[in-house]
Write a protein that binds this ligand. Structure first.
Ligand SMILES: NC(=O)c1ccc[n+]([C@@H]2O[C@H](COP(=O)([O-])OP(=O)(O)OC[C@H]3O[C@@H](n4cnc5c(N)ncnc54)[C@H](OP(=O)(O)O)[C@@H]3O)[C@@H](O)[C@H]2O)c1
Length: 341
């Protein structure tokens, strides 16, 4: 018998990906499928692509004794149940944003209101394995990074750590497939609204910017200022971030590539490659690709990163962290190759 897991938010996109991954995982098994409005229906009615469709979705709150709970709930729906599970001694990986920011001040800045449990924020470890592996491996409570921050952090952290770029004037332009916005039906996500059109949103105000700055500070000891602009593009999955920053004096392309190669040579899920990556190359896998270049004219480093927002950006990354938390092979149950075309 495997380690028993609960998936809360099982009816959503990230929840569906969690079930898909855990059902094939050598050490984890799904013991509870939690949902909100869809509680009471069979899995097949919300995720007909998954086997075991006669499994019933139950209310999120009715979590039995499990070893680990994954929370794939909207912002604001995780903090209470996450804390209750923690009090029961259950390990938790939260895919949402309720526990990602480390201080109440940062949370207030991002969300405009105080955190409901500010004293608990430091109990949660920010779960990007490539930057915080040791902390994740010893954590009971992990706040899994957002999909945009994952791409930006993988692109920028090695360069900032090595002093190859300056921390002021960093720009992150990101493009995401529509699944990044979740499954709920809204007018702006209708086929007619997103097909054959591209739009920026949350310009200058997206809540992932404070998260990117926080994690870069924690990982590199610098105090970066980041301008972040997300865009919704007409594809199902996949995310591409073009990250640029002023080069430090005397830095050339070889320095940049050596830093990225060195950072990811031994990483199972991240590769530094020598050409501009496409989202198509990673969709379906837990892999991220980064490519470093230099704009000589502007004196800026440019790093392009791609990942699948629902895998390395969400469910895959959460399972990667869970593998570490239980001392398992970090790659257990996770796809290394994507679907193409
Ligand atoms: N989508 C991505 O690419 C992505 C990437 C990284 C992180 N995340 C994060 O992962 C979380 C889930 O995202 P998602 O895209 O899977 O969202 P989603 O498709 O909209 O699914 C949301 C899930 O939460 C449940 N839910 C809705 N309202 C709730 C409430 N008030 N209380 C408790 N449960 C509620 C829904 O249940 P019912 O359907 O039964 O109502 C559904 O199972 C979010 O925090 C998101 O920011 C998503």
């Amino acid at each position: 018998m495997g380690l028993r897991t609960a998936v809360l938010g099982a009816s959503g996109y990230a929840g569906g990906e969690l079930i898909r991954i855990i059902d094939d995982h050598p050490s984890f098994e799904v013991a509870h499928l939690g949902a909100h409005s869809k509680a009471g229906v069979d899995l097949a009615s919300v995720h007909p692509n998954l086997t075991g469709g006669d499994r019933r979705l139950l209310p999120n709150e009715e979590v039995p004794d499990v070893d680990l709970a994954f929370l794939a709930l909207p912002h604001g729906a995780s903090w209470e149940i996450g804390d209750a599970l923690a009090q029961r001694g259950i390990k938790v990986v939260d895919l949402g944003s309720d526990y990602r920011l480390d201080t109440d001040a940062r949370y207030r800045f991002a969300y405009g209101s105080p955190h409901p449990l500010p004293d608990r924020l430091t109990d949660w470890v920010y779960g990007l394995p490539e930057l915080f592996r040791d902390a994740v491996a010893t954590a009971n409570l992990v706040a899994s990074p957002g999909c945009y921050p994952t791409s930006a952090l993988l692109a920028l952290a090695p360069l900032l750590s090595a002093g190859l770029i300056r921390p002021e004037g960093i720009v992150v332009d990101s493009l995401s497939g529509v699944t990044g916005a979740g499954r709920k039906a809204t007018e702006g996500l209708m086929f007619t609204a997103v097909d054959q059109s591209v739009a920026a949103y949350a310009i200058g105000s997206h809540r992932h910017r404070p998260e990117i700055e926080m994690a870069l500070t924690q990982a590199t000891g610098t105090s970066p200022s980041v301008s972040f602009t997300p865009h919704l593009v007409p594809m199902q999955r996949g995310l591409l971030s073009t990250c640029s920053a002023p080069l430090s004096d005397g830095v050339d392309l070889a320095d940049l590539q050596a830093a990225l190669d060195g950072a990811y040579r031994d990483e199972p899920f991240v590769d530094a490659i020598d050409r501009a990556p496409q989202t198509r190359w990673v969709v379906g896998s837990n892999r991220a690709l980064v490519h470093g270049a230099i704009d000589v004219h502007a004196g800026r480093a440019i790093v392009v990163a791609v990942l699948d927002n629902l895998v390395k950006g969400a469910a895959g990354q959460a399972v990667q962290a869970a593998n570490l938390m239980f001392g398992l092979d970090e790659t257990a149950g996770l796809a290394m190759t994507g679907w193409m075309p």
